[in-house]
Design a protein around this ligand. Sequence first.
Ligand SMILES: *Cc1c(COP(=O)(O)O)cnc(C)c1O
Length: 394
Amino acid sequence: MDKIGFLGEQIRELRDGGLYNTIRRIDGPQGAWLVVDGEKVLNFCSNNYLGLANDPRLVEAAKAALDRYGIGPGAVRSIAGTMTIHDELETKLAAFKDVGAAISMQSGFVANAGVIPALVEKDDVIVTDALNHASIIDGVRLAKASRKIYAHADVFDLRVKLAEARAEGARRVLIITDGVFSMDGDIAPLSGIVDAADEFEAMVMVDDAHGEGVLGRGGRGIVDHFGLHGRVEIEVGTMSKAFGVMGGYVAGPPALVDWLRQRSRPFLFSSAVTPPDVAACMASVEILAESTELVDRLWSNARSFKDAMSSAGFDIGHSETPITPVMLGDEKTAQEFSRRLFDEEAVFAQAIAYPTVPLGAARIRVMISAAHTGSDLEFGAAAFTRVGRALGVI
Ligand SMILES: *Cc1c(COP(=O)(O)O)cnc(C)c1O
């Protein structure tokens, strides 16, 4: 008896619905161009916003750390002791984010699982944006608090939910939002959220994964972008996007970090990021702290690509950041568009469809990077235009 035969059935359904995701194989480092399945293609897929994923300064820092600390952290930090470089990274991150303290986690995904259940319990309420990232949703599921979902980026609805929570006698209330929403590129209305939070005595947590290295002075993130220092209790971040490496962190007041060292389950029960990763992360934070050059280039690249795509007649949604969704609607059109870009135009830009975005809202999400040159962006826009015309989208 084939007990997992149902999976084959489910996979067939995905293929029939145009929802099966083919994962490409990359041979070589990240950059504006990649070798994918043996072909050199323009990279419009990665979250390598600043081009740091293959920066020689990060690579050198990682090599030096290998020589000094070796490769493995040995065990969880709370048992085997914490290495000096993990502490150094945390100090640098806290200074960069202009908060009291930071704690390094294994990834952004893990950071959400590590912080949310550590802050709220049975008698508490989490109030969360309808379009929050999957890792926030999972972090919320791990917590014993009850939850209320407010309409996406809607401060009015947030207030309604906060009032309900208070009327129901909630003890602690925690508001959670993405900083930048990764599928549409819009920015959370954080000033309004923080005002509502003060009124209802709620804590605010923002996941700045797509905001750091992008928003704020020199990429300091969404809190800096809105000038809300000291008014957001919990910031979650990742080192895997603009910072170009991997790992995550939580930043905020010293008491928050102190508590997470005592009670955050991924910190207590999962080993730390390896020394070379940590050293590369530190080099990356240093590069951002020194100069705004890469962040400035990212924004000028984003502006020029968006102008070219709008002029060509594409619907590029309502993004306020370098994330550029090319809205196509139909799932099969989006898949066909992506396939033609790759096969005929040497452009690697992945279709994004349900369940990552709602049914009927399929798109190709273009991720612009400081690593792209002006001619890369012209090449990409021209390719989109040819395929768009061939498919009758523009
Ligand atoms: C990408 C992302 C994460 C996950 O970060 P990793 O470090 O890759 O695990 C978490 N939250 C948001 C909002 C993200 O966009």
